[in-house]
Ligand binder design. Sequence first.
Ligand SMILES: Nc1ncnc2c1ncn2[C@@H]1O[C@H](COP(=O)(O)OP(=O)(O)OP(=O)(O)O)[C@@H](O)[C@H]1O
Length: 272
Amino acid sequence: MTVEVTAGVPAVDGVTLAIEVRGLSHAFERPDGSSLEVLRHVDVSVPRGRFVAIVGPSGCGKTTLLNLVAGIEEVQSGSVAVSGEVPRCGNQRVGYLFARDALLPWRTVLGNTELAMELAGVGKVERRARAMALLEEVGLAEMANAYPAQLSQGMRQRVAIARTLAPHPELVLLDEPFSALDAQTKLLLQDAFCRLWGRLGATVVLITHDLGEAVALGDQVVLMTSRPGRIKRVFDVALPRPRSIVDLPSEPEYHRIVQELWAELREEVARR
Ligand SMILES: Nc1ncnc2c1ncn2[C@@H]1O[C@H](COP(=O)(O)OP(=O)(O)OP(=O)(O)O)[C@@H](O)[C@H]1O
């Protein structure tokens, strides 16, 4: 493996990296003053444009890892680089989406979708056009003037997806964005997200507890150990794209990877 750096952006064997995590360890202080070791010597490289899913037992440090990449949490030990730079909270090139949307209740669907672009300084005409195009994609153009309180949970999450993707981020960090949805809405949104991602070409890191979702969406699935979280294994998902999220479960290769993942994850859950 050759690691080079060109104009500040690292590359491994000629592949440009969006994220490079090296020897990352992290601990939190417990209320009694003792230390809780959450991450231990984590190494992960995510090439630009790749869709990487992260799975692991509850409490193994997945969200902490994402927060360190987003610059929300400060690095204690090891290093994190996003496009070759130290992560910075509020970086407009990075979009972050959580399980529960955080829509502003006093703004309409359109106003919420435009928010991140407004902060990024995108002009009014362009931001309206981009927001409406995305609302169309997620099937909410007719609700553009509604307020969040008038929407279902699935609709709110669709607005949150549109808002996250509207500024065309280079990197999208997703923390269980589909977990609070009913089964059908989940499938529709996964499908819509996949289509949009295919068009935007962003790098995506998705945290999920749903192994099927990880395999259906990801190019790679990173499996973490129980706490303190380390990288146990990286699975390559060689399923062709574009993928139909609904039809994938009938593919033998999909089943093989999900079963292998579960066999290894089960050991970690039992250890916990
Ligand atoms: N700010 C904090 N202060 C103290 N402890 C924290 C803090 N954030 C997280 N933790 C603890 O660190 C551990 C890892 O949390 P984290 O949310 O990263 O795990 P996770 O793998 O995302 O969990 P889950 O799958 O259940 O969402 C947990 O035990 C959690 O209670």
